[in-house]
Design a protein around this ligand. Sequence first.
Ligand SMILES: [Zn+2]
Length: 291
Amino acid sequence: MSTISALDLQAFYPEELKILNVENRKEEIKIYMHSVSKTCRCHRCGKILNEHHGSHHRTVQDLPILGKRVSLDMQIYDYECTCNEKGTYAPTETFDGFLSHNSRMTDRLEDFICMLALETSCESSARIMNRLNVKVSGDTVIRILIKRYKNQPVPTCSNAVGIDDFAFKKRHTYGTIIVDEETHRPVAVLEGRDGKTLKEWLRQNQHVTTVTRDRASAYAKAVEEVLPDCMQIADRFHIHQNLMDAVNKVLCREIPASTVIPKNAVPPDPDQMELSTVLQVEGKKNRSHCG
Ligand SMILES: [Zn+2]
């Protein structure tokens, strides 16, 4: 065990979190710190608070240093706020985005884990972080991603949106995605594709005047029911897809799946070739292989 003194660690932490001591252990750097804050912003009502309600001890993980886990042993304050109708509310310090409410990781560590998860997968990011001596499981990574998704501000959208379904898990679970036609960015991901969740979303976004969609009836009915004056457009992608499906069915019905070329057959002169003399239909059995 030794104390790090060459590096000014305090510069990497909020001014209101004073470092008391640092222990450099075999797989972990333990940093003891305590809060010296005088004010705190309530994360519910936004009010600046200056009354301490109490303090508590918390251990959180921070970004690793050279493969060693960094563990912050903190004594931090709870403040008093009157925004809770049922009694005194005691929000905990967050140090301007350094720490989330009740989180066991700093926000910057969560940022890094989320970035890894989005580039790879939840399980892969957990395995990489474990190699860096950060304790996190795949389930925790999923929970962090869900928490961050729910905390996102609800995006606004223009009056023209595109609606389509997608598979969370093919043939099992489907969802509905709504994309702003002006920015080409997703504005909502809804559960199911039967139109129920879409109706709810449309009721909260009554400014929508144009919807592009596929030719399935569920979305058409939902839009018609909630926004009867909304213009519905069957988009080019789905019309093209429907056309190709129809052409494929006709080709499968009219053209055999395989042909038999007679042994020792003399290659015909392409200019003189007639299709019926070269191709021999094998029968209905082979047609089933097509499409
Ligand atoms: Zn409050």
